[in-house]
Design a protein around this ligand. Structure first.
Ligand code: ZN
Ligand code: ZN
Length: 418
């Protein structure tokens, strides 16, 4: 039997209400803040992710779906959302618009990861990017959107963690140096990955999940202590704005995020019970990214949010989105003459915005009624010999078990409850 690839999922009809709920709620929050939707291709040139995400990240080293197409182009399935948005910003001349440019997206993300609960090789992300503004005001706005999304979805008991990892061209170097100095005393006790990180990506030392590396986290230097004046001001202004919103946050000096392009503000929203393994929203500032992928130096900040992860949280909190399918009227019919009436009637009902299904062909009335029940119908219309003769419809109210003989307009009025 052919099966879907490992780490992918079919989103079945009865799951769709979660997706619709999340898509609509997130779009609404974004649009309230003046963000507009951007869609980018499912695949990009391989170089975009190499230059944008960084060769030292797990994503580029182990997780991209990269292939050569028939024209020998090296392409990569979208491995994250920010680099494509920045590529689109550059390529479409958004630099010439009034800044900042505010964008949101819903997109599939492809990563070759070990599948586990809420983690897929094709997963779906909602994200936003605010490009062209380096002020802490926009950091506050982006974080506010993240917390508003959690609030409108009704997910309780989450924590907002914030850190500043400093600017790439100012104080980050000092911090990396103190981090390396600290860890260099423990090299032989660190895992292999961390030994590599010492050279390639020392920030990620703080992100290691290996047991043997945990004891060293406690006393590791904090990036906030190494911030230069400008980065410190930025960070403190941001916290001031968040305070003015009475938005609760926790400063977490271990928070670094998994991508190379972040600088200054980074943040995550985590469920209180599950912690960082199950981050719902993660983001930060990426002031160097656009230049790195070939644009003029332009600051940016954004976040990504895994939709599968959100759905797990909705379910674990017993949050039921509204049903998306209206209950259909089912038209039951006895014989070909009845069908010649059922077919145009179904068209008439639908033109009155009544969801309508014609019961399966060639089945007994009992079986057609069972079909109506399985579709949760409130009303069934029956067309038999008698109805054809009288030019009426027998309508059964499935909830009250009452029946009426009605003409077409009374039938429509009854269903529309006019
Ligand atoms: Zn700095
Ligand atoms: Zn480690």
């Amino acid at each position: 039997m052919l099966q879907r690839p490992r780490g992918t999922a079919d989103i079945l009809p009865n799951e769709q209400k979660y997706w619709k709920f999340i898509h609509e709620a997130t779009a609404k929050v974004c649009e309230k803040f003046g963000y507009k939707r951007l869609d980018t291709p499912q695949f990009e040139s391989k170089d975009l992710f190499i230059r944008g995400v960084g060769t030292q990240t797990d994503i580029v080293q182990k997780e991209t779906y990269t292939f050569q197409d028939k024209g020998n182009e090296e392409l990569t399935l979208r491995a994250e959302g920010t680099a494509p948005a920045c590529r689109a910003y550059i390529e479409n001349g958004m630099k010439n618009l009034q800044q900042p440019v505010r964008l949101y997206y819903h997109a599939s993300i492809f990563r070759y990861e070990r599948p586990q609960s809420g983690r897929y090789r094709e997963h779906h992300q909602f994200g936003i990017e605010a490009i062209g503004d380096d002020s802490p005001l926009i950091d506050c706005e982006v974080i506010q959107i993240a917390t508003d999304v959690i609030e409108v979805l009704g997910i309780p008991n989450t924590s907002l963690f914030i850190n500043s990892i400093g600017g790439a061209s100012c104080c980050r170097k000092d911090y990396l140096l103190s981090l390396k100095t600290y860890y260099s005393n423990h090299l032989e006790l660190l895992c292999n990955d961390c030994n590599n990180r010492m050279e390639n990506n020392p920030l990620r030392l703080l992100d290691c999940k290996q047991k043997q590396c945990q004891p060293f986290l406690e006393d590791a230097p904090h990036s906030i202590d190494s911030l230069c004046q400008e980065c410190r001001d930025h960070h403190e202004k941001l916290l001031g704005y968040l305070d003015s919103l009475q938005l609760a946050y926790i400063i977490n000096s271990k928070l670094v995020r998994g991508l190379d392009y972040y600088n200054k503000t980074v943040f995550e929203i985590q469920p209180e019970t599950e912690g960082s393994q199950n981050t719902i929203i993660g983001g930060g500032r990426y002031d160097g990214l656009i230049e790195q992928i070939g644009g003029q130096s332009t600051p940016g900040i954004g976040f990504g949010c895994g939709i599968e992860r959100l759905i797990l949280n909705l379910k674990s909190n017993n949050i039921e989105p509204p049903e998306i399918y209206e209950k259909p009227v089912v038209i039951c019919h006895m014989g070909e003459d009845a069908l010649n009436i059922a077919v145009p009637l179904s068209k008439k009902l639908r033109s009155n915005n009544i969801h309508t299904i014609i019961a399966p062909y060639g089945k007994s009335i009992r079986s057609q009624m069972r079909y109506a029940s399985s579709n949760d119908s409130d009303y069934v219309v029956i067309i038999g010999e008698e109805e054809i003769k009288q030019k009426t419809y027998r309508v059964k109210d499935m909830n009250k078990s009452t029946e009426y003989d009605l003409n077409e307009s009374d039938l429509i009025n009854l269903i529309l409850k006019i």
